[in-house]
Design a protein around this ligand. Structure first.
Ligand code: AHR
Length: 496
């Protein structure tokens, strides 16, 4: 059976918030140190200590927003340790992640400089688990107060006279777990209290994000929405795709064939999670004012052999590219509720878009998906109906394809298509309705793998990279295409 798709180009279903294409960076392993921060004296070319190659590559993705400093690290982080002359900054143990010494050389100023270099919005996670209300309140004052105040003076003493603009602020992270092992009722009260002192200074308006549930903890969502919905702008959701068990998650490469389909099935669970959490949110917020912020998602595999298990370093293959494509499609479909998402994590940790090894750097298959899909940022989601063929492998029964279409402000239409099948091409027929008059042309780009774990290495950094896609015909109303096995394709339709 072939795959039948109908796209109504004249029916928009909502705007795909560009923040769905957000990223996450934690003081974990080699994400911050080496991934971004090398210091001004490094032989690695850098601007004020931040490496140039990584920033240049990331700028191409139009990253909208970057979350920092954690993660679990956030609820142990005391921001005052990370300001002032770097040689005088306090050293601490990063107890969550490998027990290494954190020298605090990368702090608030450095993070906000990184965001300036990337041209993205900062999203800062505050410390509820081990920090005080005063500490959180003063951090916001330090960053955003324009006037005479103790924190504004301290900021100026540290070399920054003008405040920064800061919109996104998370009040704690995983407070049901590493952020304090709290019950939802207790955290809901703490959230109400802490957020009171996260002030809007001048015209800086903060979008407050409450710590939301782990995976399918619907009770947590229910309690938070019931007790605090009117005091939040967003609530987070964390879900990672783990092929096997937490104790033995499965390898990032060299995995058996059945783990391909299992991984994609688990990635598709995001659809059910968002649907059910949204239904609870709808009861308390029918206007959909509060955003669902999926600020940690992605694959989580066993760490690479020979690396520090606390550093969560994993390779990234064409399977990760499929997980990224599928998940971004799910976020598009829920763009009425999902206002932001942050893949974990941007460099050298979990499902990264970039890996580094000293001065070497490579782009992962996931990077290429974010690059190919950036055309969907802020575009209008188009009404799309898909009848997919089945992809069956062992006990797994999945749809063969996943599709999403959007129309950008300049009128260009983009259709992204994932072929989940690891062994067969997908025949696809796309009827495009509501296009209006005028000649249209289509061009395509595809990312495909030769094997289920095709990936890029420092020796072969371009083994998996996008190529022109030409296996299609277009008669002005219908596209007939053959998608390679294990591939992600983006078609662009342009009015001539
Ligand atoms: O991303 C790694 C960790 O996963 C984060 O620190 C934590 O929030 C989550 O459990």
């Amino acid at each position: 059976m072939s795959n039948q798709i109908t796209i109504n180009a004249d029916i928009a279903k909502g705007t795909i918030n560009r923040n769905i294409y957000g990223h996450f960076s934690e003081h974990l392993g080699r994400c911050i140190y080496e991934g971004f921060w090398v210091g001004e004296d490094s032989v690695i070319p850098n601007t004020k200590g931040i490496r140039n190659d990584v920033v240049e590559a990331l700028k191409k993705l139009n990253i909208p927003v970057l979350r920092w400093p954690g993660g679990c690290f956030a609820d142990e982080y005391h921001w005052k340790d990370g300001i002032g002359p770097s040689e005088e900054r306090k050293r601490m143990i990063n107890t969550h992640w490998g027990g290494v010494v954190e020298n605090n050389h990368f702090g608030t100023h450095e993070f906000l400089l990184l965001c300036e270099q990337l041209g993205c919005e900062p999203y800062i996670s505050g410390n509820v688990g081990s920090g005080t209300v005063q500490e959180m309140s003063e951090w916001v004052e330090y960053m955003t107060f324009d006037g005479v105040s103790p924190m504004a003076e301290l900021r100026e003493k540290n070399g920054r006279e003008k405040p920064w603009k800061l919109k996104y602020f998370g009040v704690g992270n995983e407070n049901w777990g590493c952020g304090g092992n709290m019950r939802p009722e207790y955290y809901a009260d703490l959230y109400r209290r802490y957020q009171t002192y996260v002030r809007n200074y001048g015209d800086n308006e903060i979008y407050r994000i409450a710590c939301g549930p782990n995976v399918d903890d619907y009770k947590w969502m229910e309690v938070l929405m019931r007790e605090a919905a009117n005091k939040m702008d967003g609530i987070s959701l964390h879900y990672y795709t783990v092929p096997k068990e937490w104790q033995d998650k499965g390898a990032a490469t060299g995995f058996p064939e059945d783990e391909w389909a299992i991984t994609l099935r688990k990635a598709l669970w995001m659809e059910e999670l968002i649907t059910k959490h949204s239904a609870i949110m709808d009861q308390y917020d029918p206007e959909k004012r509060v955003g669902l912020i999926v600020d940690e998602w992605g694959t989580w595999f066993n760490t690479e052999p020979g690396t520090n298990p606390g550093f969560l370093y994993q390779q990234n293959s064409i399977r990760d590219a499929l997980v990224a494509g599928l998940t971004l499609h799910i976020f598009h479909d829920h763009c009425d509720r999902v206002q932001m998402a942050n893949i974990a994590q941007i460099v050298n940790v979990l499902q990264s878009v970039i890996l580094t090894e000293g001065e070497k750097m490579l782009l992962t298959p996931t990077y290429h998906i974010f690059d190919m899909f950036k055309v969907h940022q802020d575009a209008e989601l188009l009404d799309t109906h898909t009848t997919s063929a089945r992809y069956e492998h062992g006990d797994e029964k999945l749809p063969q394809i996943s599709v999403s279409a959007s129309k950008a402000a300049d009128g260009k239409i983009h259709i992204s298509l994932c072929n989940l099948d690891h062994s067969a091409e997908a025949d696809v027929s796309i009827a495009l309705r509501g296009l209006g008059q005028g000649q249209k042309t289509i061009k395509g780009t595809v990312l495909a793998g030769a094997a289920i774990d095709s990936h890029n290495t420092f020796e072969q950094p371009n083994a998996v990279e996008p190529a022109a896609f030409t296996s299609f015909t277009w008669d002005g109303e219908k596209v007939s295409a053959k998608l390679p096995a294990m591939s992600v394709t983006v078609l662009e339709l342009i009015e001539q």
